[in-house]
Write a protein that binds this ligand. Structure first.
Ligand code: ADP
Ligand code: MG
Ligand code: MG
Length: 898
């Protein structure tokens, strides 16, 4: 097996790159694109990449190197030295390298990188000699010790930061850049001391010299330890969490890139930066990013100094040419990758070097805008444009925003780093964010700048607010990826994380932990107090992409809605009908009393009165629904849930009775309550979800379906008389055997005929059934003989196929199944292949029993992009999902057809 791949040029200037962009699984994203950039002639500092597979072999063997791997690395290291004409650790002219992680999937900031490797007490002299810049050399050495100690040895970064601060205080200077070469040399000695005192001799016996722990002076030992640390970072907790969040497999491993160093910190004609070829927040065609003059690598992302916008680069003396070249590179990269790219670059004494590129992450709004513009520019086709937008991301566009009519004062302004608005309690640490969110409250995480250790808190928070860092800082990048609103770089905030408060400069406001704050990541505004949020108007870009998706898709999209407002909303989102109108929601509120009366009363007259009350109320409901969906089908499901859902809980009653007894309550009331409790108790079932519900209700209480069908038919007749075009359909739930459907269909048809006769109007209302029990799916040919349509209720079908209770799925064993990967994903979120097989069988058999049968899906899965793709393959006619997921389903259905 080939374990190492070279990239960049040799000493003669020939490209000796062995990899390319299609090798991400082997070289990781960073390595594959470093190779690709070298191949298309961009300036890439030479180096080599150790494969992801080597990382996994090393990890799986309990952190032991595969046979021969170290030898190959040595060969490539020697080859790199030849190519560069310098040797690592050389006392005259040392080669310095970076050791960079790079997984197949981008995991920004999750794993580790070491810069300036190869410095030791000898090579420092060579670096001083070559650069004639002792200050730069000592600064590089102290950065190296600091990074190596943190990344490779896991020492606390504060140990070193404190030493720097102490030195600055001692010298009476404010900034790192005011420290002299001598100061830095002294710091290097101190850093080595800190290293020796804090690294455990037991863990690293090889670093003992003459009985004392020593910072490794052998560059080869440095290199090996650093590579091993990068391999190890694949399994660090924050990387593991990130993979779980982003559904990235654990067995990919990370590649390691060993690359010759270039220096952005060699004075005022040197710089480093990160950039996007277009604006990743809104998609505008403009160069976007930040840079810092005289700085190295992580300084930009770490938000330690405030950066300048990339557009200004070519106006800086000494950087003009590199700035212009960079803009050419932007164009080259876009034309080559045919997509928006993000890049990391460094300018060393006026010369531009490319350190990284990849297809850039972007907000949903930007994804839409870029796809449409690139199609117009002729860079990509319409099909590609549709494929470019991640359906899951569309959710972001439906994010709340500040109500335009809301009255609020802007407390402070920062950068609009990730769109959408958030309201919550201010919290000042990731731990507190998790705690508040677990307590069921909303919070906004307020930090100086976030780092990868904050990830759990960033996930828990509604929004993220930082005082430092640009639009490419950690907080901004991660927040955009998660679709969480973020305002960053709010310079007016003086955050004291210890005291859990932030002072707002220029005001007398202090934000304390628990104070409500609001942020708007679309405009960069921070407000004290809770601002009312509203949902945004959809942009024209979304409409365009969805219309393009509609041109390709064959799968219909309907909505699940049970009130006229939701029906209208989904119609606006492009739903072609209502696939599921649940009637149980119409029995809540004041109507609960009526249905309780019906259930609990033996007296026929009282019951009939209750049913008539329900009939009147239901007729009103359906009038509203059918009118809102005029001309489009509305599938009304007859009452489905177990009746106990409409009754009081016997346990609560028991407590109430006990209280009344203890306080000497009225005897008659107590007796009444007790009777009620006994009655409810007698109706309780051990497994209500497998009990008296669905069509079984209609068989036990035939008056219920008669009432509901009459309400539907009456509303339909009335609208027809008004000249509208209502299209209700009646759906019978939870059928398992044909006779159930036969019986209820007859009941429905009789009721429809009665109403038609009464109203003197022709009514043609189809009757169909849900397929949500395995028995129905496997006998669908029989059932279809009595059904005009099938709707696959994949929630119940998943529950009954697996025998997993869907109501307990989050709490019980399923999370462990997911953690141990006994299940690849939650089958209630994305359709399981086994359940999909039943759906497929149902569709096929259904068409045998009734060639004209219309088949749809109305479970939660109808709004899940992966499931939508599966349903397209199975050949369903439509999916039905909640209104807000209709746009997403349209897009996913379009993509499925491509
Ligand atoms: P990440 O994956 O976290 O972005 P990188 O490996 O890209 O980590 O390294 C972070 C930064 O370190 C880079 O953006 C770059 O500025 C700097 N860096 C890495 N390698 C080199 C190098 N060979 N020369 C100069 N700077 C480098
Ligand atoms: Mg990087
Ligand atoms: Mg169901």
């Amino acid at each position: 097996v080939k374990r190492v791949y070279a990239f960049g040029k040799d000493a003669q200037g020939n490209n000796v790159t062995e990899g390319n962009t299609n090798m991400k699984a082997i070289l990781g994203g960073k390595g594959a694109n470093l190779a690709e950039m070298a191949n298309i002639g961009l300036p890439v500092p030479p180096g080599f990449t150790i494969t992801c597979q080597t990382c996994m072999e090393y990890a799986n063997a309990g952190n032991t190197w595969p046979e021969g791997a170290l030898d190959t690395i040595r060969e490539y290291r020697e080859d790199l030295e030849t190519r560069m004409g310098k040797k690592i650790g050389d006392a005259e002219d040392p080669l310095l390298v970076s050791v960079r992680s790079g997984a197949p999937m981008s995991m920004p900031g999750m794993m580790d990188t070491v810069l300036n490797l190869g410095l030791n007490d000898q090579s420092i002299n060579g670096l001083i000699k070559q650069t004639e810049n002792p200050r730069f050399a000592w600064d590089s050495y102290r950065r190296f010790i600091q990074m190596f100690s943190g990344v490779v040895m896991g020492l606390d970064g504060d140990l070193f930061e404190n030493a720097i601060t102490a030195m600055k205080n001692l010298r009476g200077v404010a900034s790192d850049t005011d420290l002299t070469a001598e100061d830095l040399q002294e710091l290097v000695a101190e850093f080595k001391q800190i290293f020796a005192e804090n690294v455990s001799a037991e863990a690293y016996p090889s670093l003992m010299v003459d009985g004392a722990m020593q910072f490794p002076q052998d560059p080869m030992a440095q290199l090996q330890l650093a590579i091993e640390a990068v391999f190890g970072s694949w399994n660090n907790p924050r990387a593991t969490l990130y993979r779980k969040q982003n559904k990235i497999a654990d067995d990919l491993g990370t590649a390691v890139n060993v690359q010759s160093m270039v220096f952005g910190n060699k004075g005022n004609t040197s710089a480093t930066g990160v950039a996007f070829t277009r604006n990743p927040a809104n998609g505008d065609k403009e160069f976007y990013g930040d840079y810092l003059v005289n700085a190295q690598g992580e300084d930009v992302v770490a938000g330690i100094r405030n950066t300048s916008p990339i557009a200004e680069l070519k106006e800086v003396a000494g950087l003009e040419e590199a700035g212009r070249e960079l803009e050419e590179v932007f164009v080259t990269l876009e034309n080559h990758f045919r997509d928006m790219c993000d890049i990391e670059f460094t300018i060393e004494q006026g010369k531009l070097w490319m350190l990284q590129t990849r297809v850039g992450k972007r907000t949903a709004a930007a994804a839409l805008h870029i796809a449409i513009e690139m199609e117009k520019e002729g860079l990509i086709s319409k099909e590609e444009a549709v494929m470019r937008v991640d359906p899951d991301q569309l959710d972001q566009l439906l994010h709340p925003q500040f109500d335009k009519d809301a009255d609020y004062d802007v407390l402070a302004r920062g950068l609009n780093a990730s769109p959408g608005a958030a309201v919550g309690e201010a919290v000042f640490s990731a731990v507190d964010a998790v705690e508040v969110s677990e307590a069921g409250r909303k919070c906004v995480l307020v930090r100086w700048e976030t780092n990868p250790d904050d990830l759990a808190g960033m996930i828990a928070a509604e929004g993220i607010l930082t005082s430092h860092g640009g639009k490419t800082s950690h907080a901004a990048v991660i927040a955009r990826g998660m679709g969480t609103p973020c305002v960053c770089g709010v310079e007016a905030l003086r955050i004291d994380a210890e005291k859990k408060q932030a002072i707002v400069m220029g005001t007398d406001v202090v934000i304390n932990e628990g104070d409500m704050i609001s942020i708007d990541g679309t405009s960069g505004i921070v407000v004290l107090g809770a601002v009312d949020l509203v949902l945004p108007e959809l942009t024209g870009d979304l409409d365009t992409i969805l219309e393009w998706a509609d041109e390709f898709r064959t799968l219909g999209v309907r909505a699940n809605a049970d009130n006229p407002e939701d029906a209208e909303l989904s119609r606006g989102f492009g739903a072609a009908g209502i696939g599921l109108c649940r009637t149980e929601h119409m029995f809540l509120g004041d109507r609960k009393q009526i249905i309780q009366t019906f259930i609990l009363n033996e007296d026929e007259a009282v019951r009939e009165k209750a049913v008539n009350d329900l009939l009147a109320a239901q007729t009103g409901d359906f009038l509203g629904m059918f009118e809102a969906m005029d001309g489009l089908p509305v599938i009304v499901r007859l009452l489905d849930p177990p009746l106990h859902e409409f009754l009081e809980s016997p346990r609560a009653l028991d407590v109430e009775i006990a209280k009344l007894e203890a306080t000497g309550g009225d005897k008659a009331t107590i007796a009444e309550k007790r009777k009620l409790m006994e009655q409810i108790d007698s109706m309780s079932e051990a497994n209500p979800m497998l009990g008296l519900r669905g069509c079984r209700l209609g068989i036990v209480y035939p008056i219920l379906p008669v009432m509901q069908v009459r309400a539907i038919a009456t509303a339909c007749a009335e609208l027809k008389k008004r000249g509208l075009d209502p299209k209700p359909e009646i759906m019978i739930p939870l059928v398992s055997v044909l006779p159930e459907l036969e019986k209820l269909r007859r009941v429905a048809e009789e009721a429809i005929a009665e109403v038609a006769a009464e109203q003197g109007i022709e009514l043609d209302i189809p009757v169909g059934t849900m397929i949500e029990l395995p028995r129905a799916a496997v006998t669908a040919d029989e059932i279809a003989t009595q059904a005009d349509f099938f709707s696959f209720g994949t929630n119940d079908l998943t529950q009954t196929t697996f025998g997993f209770s869907r109501d307990d799925v989050e709490a019980e064993f399923v999370p462990q199944y997911l953690a141990e990967r006994l299940l690849p994903y939650n089958p209630f979120a994305t359709i399981d292949p086994g359940v999909a097989k039943l759906v497929e069988m149902g569709v096929e058999l259904g068409h045998k029993g009734n060639p004209d049968i219309v088949c749809g899906v109305c479970g939660e899965h109808g709004g899940d992009p992966d499931s939508v793709k599966m349903f397209h393959k199975i050949g369903l006619d439509y999916v039905s999902c909640s209104p807000y997921r209709v746009p997403l389903a349209r897009l996913a259905a379009g993509q499925a057809a491509l």
